[in-house]
Ligand binder design. Sequence first.
Ligand SMILES: Nc1ncnc2c1ncn2[C@@H]1O[C@H](COP(=O)(O)OP(=O)(O)OP(=O)(O)O)[C@@H](O)[C@H]1O
Ligand SMILES: [Mg+2]
Length: 273
Amino acid sequence: MATRTPIYEGKAKQLFEGPEPGTLIQHFKDDATAFNNKKKGTIRGKGVINNRISEYIMENLTDMGIPNHFIKTINMREQLVYALEIIPLEVIVRNVAAGSFTERFGIDEGQPLGLPIVEYCLKNDKLGDPFLSEELIYAFDIAEPIELEEIRMQAMRVNDYVSGLFHGIGIRLIDFKLEFGRHYDEEGRSRILLADEISPDSCRLWDIKTDEKMDKDRFRRDLGDIEEAYQEVAKRLGVLPNADVTTFDTTKEKPAKKAAAKKKPSPKGKKKS
Ligand SMILES: Nc1ncnc2c1ncn2[C@@H]1O[C@H](COP(=O)(O)OP(=O)(O)OP(=O)(O)O)[C@@H](O)[C@H]1O
Ligand SMILES: [Mg+2]
């Protein structure tokens, strides 16, 4: 099988050149990081689950008329997406106080915020993703006012839809992080598309009945049962793959199904990263 051209190796995903110009392959790894890369680990099967969850949500968003980068799933860990010019913003939407927000304002975790709050941070690990006001976003030429308006509107619509989706399966969407990018057409005109992923890596998800955390906070805070929490989210969404999600390794570019079916008690999947 032809080797692919790697474009970018991130903390949780890899990007490869896609089969057609203007496309990329997004590969979901099991690697997990927190606190700006200070804490590192592996959540077995996370890549497979996040690929499925993100695919499911992005497809539903498309159906709802919210444009995004997702084109199609390629295999258990990979999806084809439109190549975007990523706007270096972390767009955070908060429904309930949690995480750094509680520390910043001295609020108890779990306090509802009344209305969704959108915050912007600069996507820059070295600087610790500092906060940005709208004025700074314009002053630093990160986005134009019309683009930021579009980003904000899309983020609110995503929040409405995804909150409802999770509510229907007994999960509260506490907060989440989105990324957006510019998609250029042949005439060079750009439009804003939702990018990256929506998964338990990028969302805070609490069980409605028990307030139990079902997201990456289990890894950040050493709460245990991390794999189970990710699997439970996928299960409730009805997207959990039937096979053992911990065994899929497409870095060797075998068709995922065959690799799993033929699996002998063989060498442990060599992890590239
Ligand atoms: N459609 C897209 N086109 C181009 N780049 C994309 C697209 N979707 C996501 N990305 C980028 O791909 C990378 C995904 O990798 P990953 O999430 O592991 O990165 P990361 O380690 O979190 O680093 P970063 O701080 O850049 O997000 C991110 O840099 C993200 O901005
Ligand atoms: Mg990322």
